[in-house]
Write a protein that binds this ligand. Structure first.
Ligand code: ATP
Ligand code: AH0
Length: 394
């Protein structure tokens, strides 16, 4: 038998596995690396986070990725080069993390790598007749496997699309496995570049589970901080607190068609970007607004799109909300949510024993564990598939 398949077989059969989840999101702030220990699979999964680190990206790398990111006119040669470069670069960062933790690559059973999304195009967004839902993550798994010597599972989103989904949010599977509690209505709210949530019903009814993107998380705030202040983001919401909300602009931002479409739905910076802001300013006659008021209004936009969604879809006075992602540190957004949802109990996922910064990387490690030893999960109308492609080190 092919020795790779032999090795795969023995890893899949191990009772306890050590796996690394890698996430590099739409904010392009860095690579999240979560080393997790798993036993079991599916609803019987037991997991612990052994180590976690975010290795920030250098500015020149960020600029390189930004030059093709969510851009319809991207340079195809650059896409090709970055596909190989990101795979091998992520491999180097994994080796760097393992060295820091004093762990040998041979001790790790698998890497589950999300890759870097460079374009997300559900049918609702591209509206090109005859073309399917589509999404593209680069940073090929073979490069990671060769660089690290560790079995790598990657490119999770394609199977989801092939089986009828939009390729996201994949948080659904991990949120259900790690976040469900019978007797409690829960929302797991991730505020990354894009905000998404998973609703888990107190009665444990799988048909009531909803997992969807909600709208922009930090992506427009970050883009406006870069444009007006040459800053990567609004640290501790300082700029937002120094400005005020412009209602005309806020209402125009919220009037976008995406907010009228039925959930579950997905989106990305292909829609929520500075052109979306410019168009809303033109429509609302607010072109002369100060940069501080723009950042404040964009922060309110993120927060209000989240609270409106929750109020429209769930009984918000009987719900526990667990936040994660970099936006959980944006005090302006969190304060806004607490005011808009006064009876909801809002905490970060630390209250569930899940590091809020590590959550998405943990979710991919968990998807990797499922690829190795799980079974397709039936959750409502979501694709019932096991995702991920295997890359061997030899
Ligand atoms: N102290 C802070 N104050 C305000 N905003 C913060 C703070 N720390 C992080 N952020 C925001 O969080 C962002 C990073 O979030 P995160 O790492 O969750 O993004 P991501 O991994 O790209 O997410 P996703 O894949 O879900 O889009 C930063 O770009 C910034 O906007
Ligand atoms: C295509 C893509 O990369 N989507 C990301 C993005 O970032 C947040 C939101 O948009 C979510 O749909 C998804 O990531 C998370 C991890 C998910 O699939 O659950």
């Amino acid at each position: 038998m092919n020795q790779n398949l032999q090795k795969l077989f023995s890893v899949a059969q191990k009772n306890e596995k050590l796996g690394i989840g890698l996430m590099s999101g739409t904010s392009l702030d860095g690579l999240d690396i979560a080393l997790c220990r798993f036993t079991g699979n599916g609803l019987k999964t037991q997991f612990s986070l052994v180590k976690f680190i975010t290795i920030p990206y250098r500015e020149d790398f960020k600029k390189d990725v930004q030059s093709i990111f969510a851009r319809r006119d991207a340079d195809l040669e650059k896409v090709c080069l970055l596909n190989a470069l990101i795979g091998s670069f992520h491999g180097e960062l994994v080796l760097q993390a393992l060295k820091e933790w004093d762990i040998q690559p041979a001790e790790v059973d698998f890497i589950a790598s999300h890759g870097q999304t460079i374009y997300h195009a559900p049918k609702r967004l591209h509206q090109k007749p005859g073309y399917p839902n589509a999404t593209l993550q680069i940073g090929d798994g073979d490069h990671l496997a060769i660089k690290t010597g560790i079995l790598t599972i990657s490119d999770f989103r394609q199977k989801h699309i092939a089986a009828g989904g939009e390729g996201a949010p994949l948080a659904l599977y991990g949120d259900v496995l790690l976040g469900s509690k019978v007797g409690e209505n829960r929302i797991l709210l991730n505020i990354g570049g894009i905000a998404n949530l998973t609703f888990l019903s107190a009665d444990g009814d799988a048909d009531k589970i909803l997992c969807t993107d909600i709208g922009p998380g930090n992506t427009m705030i970050d883009a406006a901080c870069r444009r007006y202040f040459n800053l990567p983001y609004d640290e501790d919401s300082k700029i937002a607190f120094s400005g005020k909300v412009n209602d005309a602009l806020l209402n125009t931002l919220l009037a976008g068609l995406f907010f009228k479409e039925q959930a579950p739905k997905t989106t990305g910076p292909e829609l929520f970007n500075l052109s979306y802001l410019d168009e809303a300013q033109r429509q609302s006659g607010t072109e002369g607004l100060s940069a501080e008021d723009i950042i404040c209004t964009l922060s309110a936009f993120t927060a209000k799109s989240i609270s409106d969604f929750i109020l429209q879809h769930f009984k918000a006075d009987d719900i526990r909300i667990f936040t994660s992602g970099g936006g959980a540190r944006n005090i302006y957004i969190i304060n806004y949510l607490k005011k808009a949802l006064p009876n909801a109990d809002i905490k970060d996922t630390g209250a569930l024993g899940i590091d809020p910064d590590a959550k998405e990387a943990i979710l991919f490690a968990l998807l990797g564990n499922e690829s190795l030893c799980g079974e397709p999960l039936k959750i409502g109308t979501n694709p019932e598939v096991l995702m991920g492609k295997f890359s061997f080190a030899v």
